[in-house]
Write a protein that binds this ligand. Sequence first.
Ligand code: HEM
Ligand SMILES: *[C@@H]1O[C@H](CO)[C@@H](O)[C@H](O)[C@H]1NC(C)=O
Ligand SMILES: *[C@@H]1O[C@H](CO)[C@@H](O)[C@H](O)[C@H]1NC(C)=O
Ligand SMILES: *[C@@H]1O[C@H](CO)[C@@H](O)[C@H](O)[C@H]1NC(C)=O
Ligand SMILES: *[C@@H]1O[C@H](CO)[C@@H](O)[C@H](O)[C@H]1NC(C)=O
Length: 329
Amino acid sequence: MSSRMLYSSLYVIMVLVSCRYVEIKAQQLQVGFYMQSCRMAEFIVWTEVQNAFKTDKGVAAGLVRMHFHDCFVRGCDASVLIDSTSANSAEKDSPANSPSLRGFEVIDRAKTMVEASCGGVVSCADILAFAARDSILMTGGPGYDVPAGRRDGRISKALEASVGLPPPNSNVSQLTQMFASKGLTQEEMVTLSGAHTIGRSHCTSFSNRLYSYNTTTMQDPSLDMAYATQLKQQCPQGSTDVNLVVQMNPSSPNTTDVGYYSDVLANRGLHTSDQTLLTNATTANQVNQNAANPQLWKNKFTAAMVKMGQIGVLTGTAGEIRANCRVIN
Ligand code: HEM
Ligand SMILES: *[C@@H]1O[C@H](CO)[C@@H](O)[C@H](O)[C@H]1NC(C)=O
Ligand SMILES: *[C@@H]1O[C@H](CO)[C@@H](O)[C@H](O)[C@H]1NC(C)=O
Ligand SMILES: *[C@@H]1O[C@H](CO)[C@@H](O)[C@H](O)[C@H]1NC(C)=O
Ligand SMILES: *[C@@H]1O[C@H](CO)[C@@H](O)[C@H](O)[C@H]1NC(C)=O
């Protein structure tokens, strides 16, 4: 090969590599994505979340969980917001989301206000990511910039939510595996579980720990006795009321702090998936560190939220900007 041929082929390779690089760059989300196209977008979302939060602090927890459930199923593409039709049972109607997921009306109102200000520009997936960030901040948690530019998906299937979301009776190896399948590390799993410092849970999500742990033992021995007694009062055996709920991190259920980790250390993790973090030496150590060092947890948590918010995103010309978050265009 002549040196001229060598150089020209090297040149071609470099051009190809740089095009590939540009392409990858274009696919990435960006902080301030709507700065030119819809300058007020993030402010409008904040305002709507705040209005809802004033009347019901629980919406904050609802929105944080909704973002997680969106991202884990088909990526953060607002598939969780789509309503079922006669022909399709959507994610939100999976038992993993129904009747527990809440905050849909807040996203609807934010979308309406954003559309009125700049139509057809801001995705439902980004609105949800902003709303989750705002919710964490409103409950006293750390703030962070949300890279944006997500686009909305056109598919939502209940079955995918049922298999894609971790059930509350998962053990630490199952959780680790499930998060790994979304590109998240075991430590990020422990860090993100700290979101259970706010919100509520339905009795049905943990009553097996109180009444039917296994064939020989009724009550989960890893659950603190006094806490179990309290939970049994709140969740009577054989109750048919599927709407019964208890607060998570009862000492400060509306505050994003490291209370979750203190609960777990005190054997007061509500779900099996919470208490199981003490059964592995590595994750138990992280629980200890987070409980002792709120700033460390906050830093890890904001980074992990940003990373979770990038799972499987649609960008560029993929997907669509939904006009109504509940319906594909
Ligand atoms: C590690 C695996 C996880 C499992 C097994 C799990 C499971 C659950 C369950 C069973 C509930 C109670 C739902 C109900 O019955 O009302 C819940 C609530 C909640 N989860 Fe998770 N979760 C996990 C991870 C996460 C992550 C990563 C986040 C967010 C970053 C999160 C945020 C929340 C929030 C904020 C609530 C309260 C929701 C409300 O008050 O409406 N969870 N979770
Ligand atoms: C937390 O918020 C819920 C939902 O609004 C409310 O019912 C509860 O009283 C609040 N708890 C505390 C301790 O502020
Ligand atoms: C976790 O659960 C799976 C499935 O039930 C089981 O195979 C595995 O042994 C469990 N792992 C631990 C560490 O308990
Ligand atoms: C039920 O759980 C208890 C406490 O962990 C354990 O000692 C017992 O072996 C379990 N029984 C069965 C049948 O798995
Ligand atoms: C705990 O998790 C680590 C991964 O961080 C894994 O290598 C180890 O085998 C787990 N230990 C147990 C006892 O499951």
